[in-house]
Write a protein that binds this ligand. Structure first.
Ligand SMILES: *Cc1c(COP(=O)(O)O)cnc(C)c1O
Ligand code: SF4
Length: 395
């Protein structure tokens, strides 16, 4: 996937569902109605391992199994370690809870002034508007409430969230999430976005959604009209692996961009999916071709049953090092850990600063060469004049 990686070569088509009339395939309601939700359906297309099969039955009590036909096509059914499969088909590891794992790994419940609204940072809120998704990611950080398989009993309540935002003038940025907000009907979205736009101190709204990836058919003209009407709306999509960048996703992101919706991407660092510098590089290049700016790379939260998917933090740092300077600056996401217990997102960076003294900053560039930048206060003129041009030092 180098110079020839053009969108016109990306995956497209109906795959296993080649016989379905195109008008059905392109209809998002058909895609939702025909989701794979049962072991028997899965087994029509691939061979489950005994562990996967047990985990599928277990999913009823944890996080529902659902995969749109569109997204299922991206699985390589002959590869038990397929990176798409690992994200979406239950794995035996889900049935085991490691000691470090938590039901509410980033402590959201402790920062909810009203149910479904997380107010952690001074000027912005996270508003959970639904518990449903088009397909369910096995590592979902909100497994406790998403798909309603556990006893959390989440019932999204718009009015109390809206009232809280109206009464808090410090909230200038509202981030809609869930579940997936784009599963709401156009009527509900229009209402919700209209209410938010009417609040004088809300400067803009963001939507976090994986619908473009699971169900690009949902990004139709009617939806885009709603975004145009209520903008500025920004969107964070969630792509983890380059194979998720299909021609259908390309078209969906194009419709969003042309409707004035700036796009960012959030990836989760997942073992056996994208914990590889070359895979990530190919992903971020594809994102830029779709006008999507890589925003965050998340260390996988300590969600129950996720150990098999959690990569080493040092691998995340290595990936950033492999990107920074080696490719377009726009392509480099910020690697973060959402601090367990409710500390919020903490940036985790490779260390380029070696030392800061009263006189200078000693640093290394992307190639590992050492450079010095003088801190000039007072003696500056003398020092600068006296200083020879720094020689790059190889490590
Ligand atoms: C991630 C998050 C936000 C948004 O954070 P940004 O860094 O501004 O994207 C807001 N609230 C909560 C609770 C979050 O987890
Ligand atoms: S789309 Fe988002 S909210 Fe839904 S299951 Fe995946 S990670 Fe969780």
């Amino acid at each position: 996937m180098n110079s020839s990686d053009k969108p016109s070569n990306w995956y497209r088509g109906q795959g296993h569902w080649a016989d379905v009339p195109a008008e059905n395939w392109l209809n998002w309601k058909w895609q939702l109605k025909n989701r794979i939700t049962k072991v028997e359906q899965l087994e029509q297309y691939l061979e489950l391992t005994p562990d996967e099969k047990a985990a599928c039955y277990f999913s009823n009590q944890k996080l529902a199994l659902a995969i749109t036909p569109y997204f299922f096509n991206l699985i390589d059914v002959n590869d038990p370690n397929c990176p798409i499969r690992r994200q979406i088909i239950p794995h035996g590891g889900e049935m085991k809870t490691a000691p470090e794992e938590l039901l509410d790994p980033v402590g959201e419940d402790g920062d909810m002034p009203v149910k479904g609204l997380v107010h952690r940072y001074p000027d912005r809120v996270l508003f959970l508007v639904t518990d449903r998704c088009a397909s369910y990611c096995r590592y979902c950080t909100r497994s406790r409430l998403v798909s309603n398989a556990q006893d959390y009993n989440f019932h999204p309540e718009f009015e109390s969230g809206l009232k809280y935002i109206e009464e808090h003038p410090e909230v200038r940025d509202v981030l809609l999430s869930g579940g997936d907000p784009l599963l709401l009907s156009n009527k509900k979205l229009d209402y919700l976005l209209g209410r938010l736009k009417a609040i004088p101190h809300v400067e803009f709204v963001r939507i976090g959604s994986r619908i473009p990836i699971f169900l690009p058919q949902r990004i139709d003209e009617d939806l885009c009209e709603i975004f145009k009407k209520h903008g500025p709306i920004w969107m964070s999509i969630h792509v983890n692996h380059p194979r998720e960048c299909t021609q259908e996703l390309y078209q969906a992101t194009e419709r969003l961009s042309f409707s004035g919706v700036p796009l960012g991407n959030q990836s989760v660092l997942l073992k056996g999916v994208n914990d590889d510098p070359d895979v990530m590089k190919s992903l971020v290049h594809r994102l830029l071709m779709m006008r999507v700016r890589p925003y965050y790379l998340y260390q996988c939260d300590l969600i129950t049953g996720s150990r098999h998917l959690r990569a080493d933090v040092r691998k995340g740092i290595e990936i950033i090092q492999h990107l920074r300077g080696h490719t377009t600056g726009y392509a480099v996401p910020q690697f973060v850990i959402d601090a367990p217990g409710g500390g919020g997102k903490v940036p985790i960076n490779p260390d380029y600063v070696e030392e800061i003294t009263d006189d200078e900053v000693i640093m290394r560039n992307f190639e590992g060469r050492q450079y010095r930048y003088p801190l000039v206060a007072g003696r500056k003129a003398v020092n600068i004049d006296a200083a020879p041009t720094p020689e790059p030092l190889l490590v």
